[in-house]
Design a protein around this ligand. Structure first.
Ligand SMILES: Cc1cc2nc3c(=O)[nH]c(=O)nc-3n(C[C@H](O)[C@H](O)[C@H](O)COP(=O)(O)OP(=O)(O)OC[C@H]3O[C@@H](n4cnc5c(N)ncnc54)[C@H](O)[C@@H]3O)c2cc1C
Length: 379
């Protein structure tokens, strides 16, 4: 089995394959050596840690401080500060990804630096760059997946791509509250500050790519400018931007014996921009399918994905459309501010595999409608 890409999706695929079939030959290639940086908010939700447990790596983040404090400011300025049911971690990707790849290496995965440029299928074997052959390939090569492009698979439409910039800023060691500050202008758009626990925080700002383009201004000017505007007290360094392929634009789960995982499968949550959990989960399922059904892994992988995320993805497809209206998000956050169980549920939808029960959806829609109506009458 060949895994292209050593981010969370690729590492999870390789780790799972070796966990299930220690005798399997698993090669993981990445264009970079590890440790390597990846533009990210570095936020790892409890759901991601559940995946680490399943991969046999329960203590991987133990030396990083857990936090349960989260503040969210809605586009209309409604603020909710709450304690999340299960703690989140913030671990720089430079560290997290290198630890995953090292764990894969220790489990017997061969890790090689190699940039994939070509892929052909012949006689039941896949050949990469005329040199590497495998019965099954996991394409975990990220948002700009070369493998997905080489196979002619549907690309994520521009309307389902976000772009975000992240940096690092100093802040007091004892500040452990995660902040998400949404912005009405150019909505959906928000800034975040995620304290790491070492006197720094990961800070960033993200918005939809088409909204950025619509400004007609250089991307750097808009992204850096909005970040500074929303978090003026946290001047950022090491700014770096990257695209986020959101799940409403996801392609089919693979082609032939090539399985797409993580960002290469366009699995980022459209409501929060969270992708690490979905990368770990899809990578694990892809690794599982590749070694247990190498002659025809795609149907097994597709079934696994559907069972794990099918209802959730359909929920977020719908919510992402509703969330285009900032008033909807104001209503959802106002409801969450009054009802802790709703806050927990929103966390499950935004960071995990949660779905929304119909009565709650109805409550939020009716609050939204009331607000919209009263605004219309007061004009
Ligand atoms: C600014 C920003 C903030 C974010 N914040 C968060 C957050 O706080 N929490 C969260 O959960 N998610 C966040 N995300 C999303 C998260 O970063 C991604 O969903 C996650 O990295 C996906 O993991 P992956 O393994 O699929 O891809 P990646 O982590 O991108 O890994 C892909 C790997 O493939 C390799 N590769 C690419 N092309 C080739 C090739 N041709 N040959 C060989 N190797 C190749 C790359 O070198 C890379 O190592 C954020 C994204 C951005 C852009």
């Amino acid at each position: 089995m060949l895994v292209v890409g050593g981010g969370p999706a690729g590492a999870a695929a390789a780790l799972r394959a070796k966990q299930l079939r220690p005798e399997a030959s698993v090669l993981l290639v990445d264009r970079d050596d590890f440790p390597r940086d990846k533009a990210c908010g570095d936020g790892i939700a409890a759901h991601g840690r559940d995946e680490l447990d399943l991969l046999g790596l329960p203590g991987l983040l133990d030396d990083y401080r857990p936090t349960r404090r989260l503040s969210v400011v809605s586009p209309g300025g409604v603020r909710v500060s709450a304690t999340v049911a299960r703690p989140n971690h913030v671990v720089p990707r430079m560290v997290f990804d290198a630890r995953l790849v090292e764990a894969a290496r220790e489990r017997g995965v061969e890790v090689r630096r190699h940039r994939v440029r070509a892929l052909t299928a012949r006689d039941g074997l896949l050949t990469v760059d005329d040199t590497l052959t495998a019965r099954a390939v996991v394409a975990a090569d990220g948002a700009y997946s070369v493998v997905r492009r080489l196979l002619g698979a549907r690309q994520t439409p521009d309307r389902h791509i976000a772009i975000a910039v992240r940096g690092y800023a100093d802040l007091p060691d004892d500040d452990d509250a995660q902040l998400i500050a949404m912005q009405r202008a150019g909505w959906p758009a928000y800034a975040w500050a995620f304290p790491i626990g070492d006197g720094t925080a990961n800070v960033g700002f993200g918005m939809l790519l088409r909204h950025l383009r619509a400004t007609g201004l250089p991307g750097r000017q808009v992204l850096h400018g909005r970040l500074a505007e929303l978090l003026p007290h946290l001047p950022a360094r090491d700014l770096r931007a990257h695209h986020l392929p959101l799940s409403p634009g996801r392609p089919r789960a693979g082609v032939g014996r090539v399985l797409f995982a993580g960002d290469a499968a366009s699995l980022i949550n459209p409501l929060t921009g969270e992708g690490i959990y979905y990368a770990l989960l899809s990578g694990r399922l892809a690794g599982e399918a590749a070694v247990t059904a190498s002659a025809d892994p795609l149907p097994v992988y597709r079934r696994g994905l559907r069972a794990a995320l099918g209802r959730h993805l359909r929920t977020t497809d719908v919510l992402a459309r509703a969330a285009q209206s900032p008033g909807f998000i104001d209503a959802a956050i106002a409801t969450a501010a009054r009802r802790p169980e709703v806050f927990d549920l929103l966390v499950e939808v935004g960071l995990g595999a949660g779905t929304v029960p119909v009565p709650l959806a109805a409550a939020v829609v009716s609050r939204w409608a009331r607000t919209e109506l009263s605004t219309a009458f007061s004009r």
